[in-house]
Unconditional design. Sequence first.
Length: 316
Amino acid sequence: MADHPLRIFSGSAHPVLAQEIADCLGIALGKSSTRYLPDSEVHVIIEEVVRDQDIFIIQTGSAPVNEHIMELFLYLDAFRRASAHSVSVVIPYFPYARQDRMARGREAISARVIAHLLESMGANRVIFIDIHNRAIQGFFNIPVDPLSALHLLSNYFSKPEFSSAAIVSPDVGRAGMAGRYAEMLNLPLVVMHKRRKDFEFTETTHIVGDIRGRRPIVIDDLMAGGSVLKQLDSLYDNGAEGKACFSVTHPILLPSALQILDQDERIEKLVVTNTLPIPKEKLHPKLEIISVAPLLAEIINCIHQGRSISNLLVLS
């Protein structure tokens, strides 16, 4: 048994998920508050004693991203000054993860900046889910737990109705994740090659694997503007049949993505997790939401109890 009490706190980014995690663990959510001052500064306060306690703060990288990140930094400072024993950051959707390298000269490696600031502000550990580039964990000098929603999402597609489907990776970068889906579901793998023109537009150049006569299940780590939804033409031009499904961990879901869901009758389901809050205006009949709260609660409990978490991590 751990010597330091376990406490769960939440920033303002996704309090519903934090409450779900606390409920799974059977503990009360910690009391804290965030408010914005008239000049737009952020003010945070912890409203109870946290001295010598193991703190897990839940704060995902949802919009407005910069405000939520600044709020997280301030909470880290507040917990440190309040003499918490340890502070672990649970950040299901890691912000700036797509800016993980210099693609052109004179660019910032923004993901590295976030990692550096989290460490500098006193985080003892960082936990995230299905990060865009798993090499980002190497930006940290503190323990990092790279989780995956793979088991949660793939379980949805284990139904008999998907027995004639094929797992489709939208690009080479997602081929590893798609391969794990295909192995778990015993389905063939198809990889699409695409060329990204900028942050918003991509172009499919060719397809590796046989999609003929099979129902596509397209997987990805996140969906923002819906560029992956626009790749269906290439699949059906190469013989795909039946309704397509998409499996995405992080549902950013900009208006353009929701518009494609509305207009493209070939899409049956978009299966996502709740790593990001989905407001009412983004709820859609084709959307299926699976909670990551049990997964996060399990790993938090294991870390607090000092038990191994190797079977929950993405290590390959």
